[in-house]
Design a protein around this ligand. Structure first.
Ligand code: OKP
Ligand code: ZN
Length: 364
């Protein structure tokens, strides 16, 4: 399997966040990439490649003013003589105006959905490179005859909306992959989100459209982030009605509950008859994840890979969450390797390149 990853992702490595009133180490850190790559290396899994430098369909997914904000906010912050990470603390509410303030600290509240997503000097280049990995992975499918690929994207993307950053996400990598697949000539895409958290950004980007089916299994927003999105009655808007589907599960859900939802979701995808599947792949559903409460054990990821393989669709895996650094790599590996072993989509490619695991230049 082709793995698309850029070392630029390491330049986004925030220090802290607040959890229930306490300052803790940030969860979404560069160590996540190392955890995954070192497991792949150990297993001699996949061929790693850097993103190409072709254009990314950023404007298909994001607002131009938001992109300019993301690109420039850190240098503005430094010009204003600030030294530390950018964390918002004040938001517009339904009873205030929603005018974009001039100062950078004010603008954070204008564009941010939460206070857990610090911006650092390298955030833009990391987010841009992740988006580029997602677009490159899509082109591997539409142009280079690959049947599946894994974009090792960080920062993740599924909480990023058209003009909102939130939940550790800045650019919506999965949505960018969907757009790139469409540019490449595919007509209908199923976007399956199996991260522990609901992909509110992805849903908001696609909820008015019928050419991308957004379907998600996640923790019930009554109890978990993002709290204001992901309920089962959210089914899409206008022409998109029926093309958003949400399967919230109670906190503490076990494999049996998860499997039931996954089987339903898989049959929904079959019914849609998409030209490709994009998987927002979060493994924060793992029993040992510090942010999740689901009780999935390592064998679950093997089973999920096999169930997805049964769809026999061209499939793009985009990394989202997963914060148990010691099991993160092996859970991602289990899912992808079991998918690859069991999909009959792409069989003709065989094992020819199995043993080559090369990253040109610097090793990550
Ligand atoms: C991102 B992804 C409290 C921890 C919760 C928000 C969760 C973001 C999850 N500081 N922060 O979907 O894995
Ligand atoms: Zn998550």
């Amino acid at each position: 399997m082709k793995i698309i990853c850029s070392e630029e992702n390491l330049s986004h490595d925030p220090k802290y966040e607040i959890r229930r009133g306490r300052k803790v180490k940030a969860y979404e850190r560069a160590i996540r990439t190392r955890s995954i790559l070192s497991e792949f290396r150990r297993r001699k899994f996949g061929q790693i490649m850097r993103p190409d430098d072709e254009e990314i369909p950023l404007l298909e997914v994001h607002d131009p003013d938001y992109l300019t904000f993301l690109k420039e906010i850190h240098s503005k912050w430094v010009q204003e003589k600030n030294k530390y990470e950018l964390i918002p603390y004040c938001w517009p509410t339904p009873s205030t105006s929603n005018t974009r303030p001039k100062s950078s600290i004010g603008q954070l509240g204008f564009f941010a959905g939460d206070s857990d997503t610090p911006i650092v000097a390298g955030t833009w280049s990391a987010a841009y490179s992740a988006a580029s990995c997602a677009a490159t992975a899509a082109r591997q499918i539409t142009r280079h005859g690959e049947r599946f690929a894994f974009a090792l994207t960080r920062p993740p993307g599924h909480h990023a909306g058209r003009k909102t950053y939130s939940g550790y996400c800045f650019l919506n990598n999965a949505a960018i992959a969907c757009s790139q697949l469409k540019i490449g000539g595919l007509k209908k895409i199923a976007l399956l989100d199996i991260d522990y958290h609901h992909g509110n950004g992805s849903q908001s980007i696609f909820e008015t459209r019928s050419d991308v089916l957004y379907i998600s299994i996640h923790a019930d927003p009554d109890y978990e982030y993002p709290f204001f999105s992901g309920r089962s009655h959210e089914v899409g808007i206008g022409r998109g009605k029926g093309f958003t589907k949400n399967y919230p599960l109670k906190p503490g859900s076990k494999w049996k509950d998860y499997e039931k939802a996954l089987k339903i979701v898989i049959s929904e995808i079959e019914k849609y008859e998409p030209d490709a599947l994009v998987v927002s792949l979060g493994v924060d559903t793992s029993n040992d994840d510090p942010l999740g409460t689901f009780k999935l054990f390592p064998d679950a990821y093997h089973k999920i890979g096999a169930l997805l393989a049964g769809l026999n669709l061209r499939t793009l895996f985009i990394l989202e969450g997963g914060y148990a650094y010691s099991s993160l790599g092996s859970n991602v590996y289990s899912l992808l390797s079991s998918f690859e072993a069991q999909t009959s989509c792409g069989e003709e490619k065989g094992d020819a390149n199995r043993d080559t695991w090369v990253l040109p230049g610097k090793t990550i």
